[in-house]
Design a protein around this ligand. Structure first.
Ligand code: SF4
Length: 320
C-alpha cells in the first residue's frame, strides 16, 4: 500500500499545492488533504495554538489536527525561508515545523525540508532530493518528480495569471464570470484572500455584487518590480514586497476603482504593510481603500454590510 502524505489545506497550500502533489505522486505516495476550513477546524486550531499566534497559523494547526485524526503516515510541512533572492518569509514560516510539534500532540513523522533559495540554493536541492529518496531512490525517478513539480507549478501560475482564483485553478481552470461594472483590487496574503471560510466568502460576495476582482496572484511577476521603491527601505518580506508592488502597479495602471486590503489579526508584517499601502494610496490618488482585518470572531453580516457600503460608494463615484 502507498505511503500517505498529509498536506494541510492552509497557508502555502494555495500557492504550491499542484507542485507538491505532482512531486509526491510521481514518487508513488498517496496525498491526503485536510478537509476544507470549517468552524470545527478553526476552533480546534484556536484551542491548540498559543494566544499570540496569528490567525492563519492557528488555522494551520486545526488542519494539521484534522490530518492527524485521519491517520496519515507522514505530514508535509516544509520550512520555507525564501523562494527568491533577498526576500524572506515571516518567522512563523521559518519555525512552522517546530510550532506544529509543540502545539499538536500525537503526530506522525513530519517531513520538513528547508527551502531557502536566497541563501542556500544548493542545499535546498539536496534536501529535496533526500526527501524524495525516502520514497524512491532511483535518480531518474527523483529527477522526474522534480520536473513534474516545476511543470505543475508553471501551469498553475499560468491559470492564476489568466484570472482564475486558486480554487478555480485547482478545479481545472473553470472560471466564474470575471466581467464586472466596477474593478476592485483585493490584496492580501494568498491564504487570507482564498480561504472562503476564513474570509466569509469575500470573493464570491464581490462577484455577486457584479464586481470584477483582481488579486495578487492574477498579476504577472513583473508587476511587483516597483515593490516598495517609493519607501526609504524596501520590504524584505516576500508577501510585503508583493502587496506593495501589486498596489503600486495597479495605481500606475489606473485600472481599479477601489482597493480592499485583507489582513489577518495578529500578523505583524500586515499591520505595517497594509498601513503603508493605504497611506500611499491616500497620498497619491483618490482611490478609496477598505481595510478588512479578519479574526476568529469575524461575522458574515458585519463583513457584508461593510462591503456593500464600500461598493455603493464606488458606484456613486463612477456615476458622478
Ligand atoms: S505573514 Fe502574517 S499572517 Fe502570515 S504567517 Fe506570518 S504573521 Fe501569520
Amino acid at each position: 500500500m502507498a505511503v500517505t502524505v498529509g498536506i494541510p489545506r492552509a497557508l502555502l497550500y494555495y500557492q504550491y499545492y499542484p507542485a507538491w502533489e505532482a512531486f509526491f505522486r510521481t514518487l508513488g505516495a498517496e496525498i491526503v488533504l485536510s478537509a476544507e476550513t470549517s468552524k470545527s477546524i478553526l476552533n480546534q486550531g484556536v484551542r491548540l495554538a498559543v494566544e499570540e499566534a496569528c490567525l492563519p497559523v492557528k488555522l494551520f494547526l486545526g488542519h494539521v489536527a484534522d490530518l492527524r485524526d485521519k491517520g496519515v503516515d507522514m505530514l508535509f510541512i516544509p520550512r520555507i525561508v525564501s523562494v527568491e533572492a533577498k526576500k524572506y518569509f515571516c518567522p512563523k514560516f521559518l519555525g512552522l515545523p517546530e510550532i506544529v510539534r509543540c502545539c499538536v500532540s500525537g503526530l506522525p513523522e513530519i517531513l520538513s525540508p528547508e527551502i531557502n533559495i536566497a541563501k542556500k540554493p544548493v542545499r535546498t536541492r539536496v534536501e529535496i532530493c533526500r526527501l524524495a529518496a525516502r520514497f524512491d531512490r532511483r535518480p531518474w525517478v527523483i529527477d522526474r518528480a522534480l520536473a513534474a513539480a516545476n511543470e505543475a507549478h508553471a501551469a498553475y501560475k499560468k491559470l492564476l495569471q489568466s484570472g482564475c482564483t486558486p480554487q478555480e485553478a485547482l478545479d481545472g481552470g473553470r472560471q466564474a464570470c470575471r466581467e464586472g461594472k466596477i474593478r476592485v483590487a483585493v490584496l492580501g496574503h494568498v491564504y487570507n484572500v482564498n480561504d472562503n471560510y476564513f474570509n466569509c466568502n469575500l470573493l464570491a460576495k464581490l462577484r455577486e455584487m457584479e464586481v470584477e476582482i483582481v488579486t495578487v496572484e492574477m498579476l504577472p511577476a513583473e508587476a511587483f518590480a516597483c515593490g516598495g521603491k517609493w519607501l526609504e527601505k524596501e520590504s524584505f518580506w516576500s508577501f510585503g514586497h508583493e502587496l506593495l508592488g501589486a498596489g503600486c502597479f495597479l495605481l500606475q495602471e489606473k485600472s481599479v476603482q477601489g482597493l480592499i486590503l485583507v489582513a489577518a489579526f495578529g500578523c505583524g508584517p500586515d499591520s505595517l504593510i497594509c498601513e503603508l499601502l493605504a497611506r500611499y494610496y491616500k497620498r497619491s490618488s483618490s482611490i478609496p481603500v477598505l481595510l478588512l482585518t479578519l479574526d476568529e470572531h469575524s461575522g458574515e453580516a458585519g463583513l457584508v454590510t461593510r462591503l456593500e457600503a464600500f461598493i455603493d460608494m464606488l458606484r456613486r463615484r463612477e456615476a458622478v
